[in-house]
Design a protein around this ligand. Sequence first.
Ligand code: GTR
Length: 429
Amino acid sequence: MSIRVSLLLIACLFLQAQLHAQKFVANYDESKIPEFTLPNPLVTEAGEAVTTAKQWQETRRPEIVDLFQKHVYGRSPAACKISHKVVSTKDDAVSGKAIRREVDVFFGDTTDAHSMRLLIYTPKTDKPVAAFLGLNFQGNHSIESDPAISLGDRWVRDRRNETVKDNRATEKARGVASSRWPVEKIIDRGYGLVTIYYGDIDPDFDDGFKNGIHGAMADQTKDIPAAEKWGSIAAWSYGLSRALDYLENDAKVDGDRVAVFGHSRLGKTSLWAGASDERFKMVISNNSGCGGAALSRRAIGETVGRINTSFPHWFNANFKQYNQNENACPVDQHELIALIAPRAVYVASATGDQWADPKGELLAEIHAEPVFRLLGTDGFGVDGVATSKVAPDQPIKGGTIGYHLRTGGHDVTDFDWQQYLDFADRHLQ
Ligand code: GTR
């Protein structure tokens, strides 16, 4: 290498390091959003207009799924066989109104395969019930304070408080997330609730995809090109699909009436799970933001470049190409929502969560609506939904596409659940 080339290389590396070191400053000014054109979900990659449900289902839908696998979330292995083991049963949970079980589901047909623990609540009734399935952030023990729920022993993020010691949950973690999981209300409305600690499936840190099911299933993904391999969001979604495999054979839950739910990074996950697995009857995204319901091209609040830098393991390697270059990505998030059609989808934003771009989340649904209409649904159920017309705390929940902008911050509240339960009454009962 000549001296001149070496110097050039050093200069380039220096510049790159400088760019990295620069602190990310989020844009919140609508007037500074770059010009963009959204890809049209109803035009095929070959430029043909999609005018029939058959064309959507047979041509366009598979194309968009493939684009998201290739450029955003990564490709997951084929569904593995699962096996399970009941760990505990409590017949008088939730003031005697529910049966609560813990069931280990294994990613393989033997019980030495990697596993996740399902915490399952079902109302006391003879008939299988519709249910909500959602991942949790801090362990199953965090959703209710009952000490009979097993305390997870897997890796958890250090929260700099007494709920975690040496990256393991402590007794103090019991019930800490209960405000986000109104178990009794869900049971009273006649639904089941199934939750799983997301770290059971894949611990949420960048370890080069060695731990969790990434490592356990490395053999099944070895033929997938490196840049297209599944990221953590795809892995968590894969776990949700395997949980549904289990629920389809659980006598107390009706596997045909399962709503997949998630908040924040787990809202991104519920959207991808619902988009890639058509068995989910209803999909709920709570404050999912960038890489979830929000349009990437708006680059407002959290951006693709920022998310890929802070969480390099969430998406596939290809997605990094679109850092500060969102327009080049062949898909945007309205198409993720379109993949859920004609099934019911609910996106919730919060006024205090501008990082997640509430306006971009609603716009994604608005731009997905033509697909819902093509497939014969009523879309929002009302005409003329526009971001300028949606007032805080005024849910749009009468159609197949639901939306609300709650006042308050990045969280899951009783108000959010109230809307999800009402929406479920219309789509799952
Ligand atoms: C934030 C991240 C968001 C969101 C959130 C969460 O740090 O920037 O995309 O996913 O975490 O999951 O709590």
